[in-house]
Design a protein around this ligand. Structure first.
Ligand code: P1T
Length: 382
């Protein structure tokens, strides 16, 4: 499936209108905490920036446009957005979540919400029975991340949505790895989409942010109250930077995908590589599902290095363009060692089961020239 041409127009115009007083074409940074009131309680609709800020309003409208939702909400980080979603859960309930999720997402449920009696069942969602087996009268949420971080498993959103709907369970999809350009979970049956906007939506590794999109008024009202009452909002500057980034999201994603595919194919053919994880490759176990529900495959590529951990360290040191760092989705290429970095908080037993070991490496392939990136990998392997 190709990117719809209307998406190119949508990202440029999403949420943005000339500012009414000056006609400023770009949304100003309303760097203010508060607003003058004409009489106590009488104001323009803006009374305090935790509650409402015009730069954030524009961003939230843009978020909704990106996912085709009725509502968008902006948060100070991806985890703050996830935390807000988890806050809608009642105490002593259960959720079912992918076994392979971002380390911080798992940690949040294991270490922050367990004390409210919330049990998270981590299951392999490529076996749909593993979801059904865990459903009980206490199950209130199913949490999907697809493609997963870091082993890029693809979960069939439509199939999981069918299960969730038949049991009246809220379905959340973390769409960070795909970006709204390549996957639309709400159209596939999800109730809530969450993003770490730190990644592809921000795209320049210069901010931390999160987004929630939903078309349910009931869920939006709860989440908007949590945003206001909990207070994890982004600053006006971060909102402005995200509005700026969104305008180039489609063109960036096209280049990320082109480079991701080129790097994945190169790795698959290299003798120092034991296994490549990239949903766009026909060898990926869920390639058929990926082709069905995704319009492209982004720049996230993981692989198993054939060799020892010491050799992995040498390989990483020799790289010149791929910078060793956490995070992903920026214009520059990064390399991450999930076991020691992003997924260090995952229990060791689960890490072993998922294949997050000493030789697993995750690349966030940037928008540089693919031949330069491949040459860099080639010289580091040599
Ligand atoms: O870092 P933050 O903006 O709070 O987002 C958390 C988050 C949520 N969901 C996914 C799929 C993520 O990958 C992340 C953050 N991930 C990294 C920092 C990383 O390097 O994997």
């Amino acid at each position: 499936m190709a990117i719809a041409s209307k998406d190119f127009t949508k990202v440029v115009h999403a949420g943005v209108h000339p500012e009414p007083i000056t006609g400023a074409v770009m949304t100003p940074i309303f760097q203010t905490s508060t607003y003058a009131q004409t009489a106590p309680g009488e104001h323009t609709g803006y009374d305090y920036s935790r509650a409402k800020n015009p730069t954030r309003d524009a961003l939230e409208t843009a978020f909704a446009a990106l996912e085709g939702s009725t509502y968008g909400l902006a948060f100070s980080s991806g985890l703050a957005a996830e935390h807000a979603i988890a806050q809608i859960l009642p105490a002593n309930c259960e959720i079912i979540i992918c076994d392979d999720v971002y380390g911080g997402t798992g940690r949040m449920f294991r270490q922050l919400f367990a004390k409210y009696g919330i049990t998270a069942h981590f299951v392999d969602m490529n076996r749909l029975e593993s979801i059904s087996e865990k459903i009980s009268s206490r199950t209130k949420m199913i949490w999907v991340e697809t493609p997963t971080n870091p082993t890029l498993k693809v979960v069939d959103i439509k199939a999981v949505a069918k299960i969730a709907k038949s049991h009246h369970i809220t379905l959340v999809v973390d769409n960070t790895f795909s970006s709204p350009v390549f996957q639309s979970p709400l159209q596939l049956g999800a109730d809530i989409v969450v993003h770490s906007t730190t990644k592809y939506i921000g795209g320049h590794s210069d901010l931390i942010g999160g987004a929630i999109m939903t078309s349910s008024k009931e869920l939006y009202d709860q989440l908007q109250f949590i945003q206001y009452a909990g207070g994890a909002v982004p600053s006006p500057l971060e909102c402005f930077l995200l509005l700026r980034s969104i305008k180039t999201l489609v063109v960036r994603m096209q280049q990320h995908e082109k480079n991701g595919m080129a790097v994945a194919k190169f790795l698959e053919s290299h003798k120092k590589v034991a296994k490549v994880y990239y949903p766009g490759l026909p060898s990926h176990p869920q390639h058929a599902v990926a082709m069905e529900q995704m319009r492209g495959f982004s720049g996230m590529v993981s692989f198993d290095f054939k060799g020892s951990y010491d050799e992995v360290l040498v390989f990483i040191k020799k790289l010149k363009l791929f910078c060793l760092a956490e995070s992903l989705g920026g214009v520059e290429s990064l390399i991450n060692h999930p076991e020691k970095m992003t997924h260090a908080s995952v229990p060791e037993e689960l890490r072993k089961k998922l294949g997050i070991g000493p030789t697993l490496l995750r690349l966030s392939v940037g928008i540089e020239a693919s031949e330069d990136l491949i040459a860099d990998l080639q010289q580091a392997f040599a």
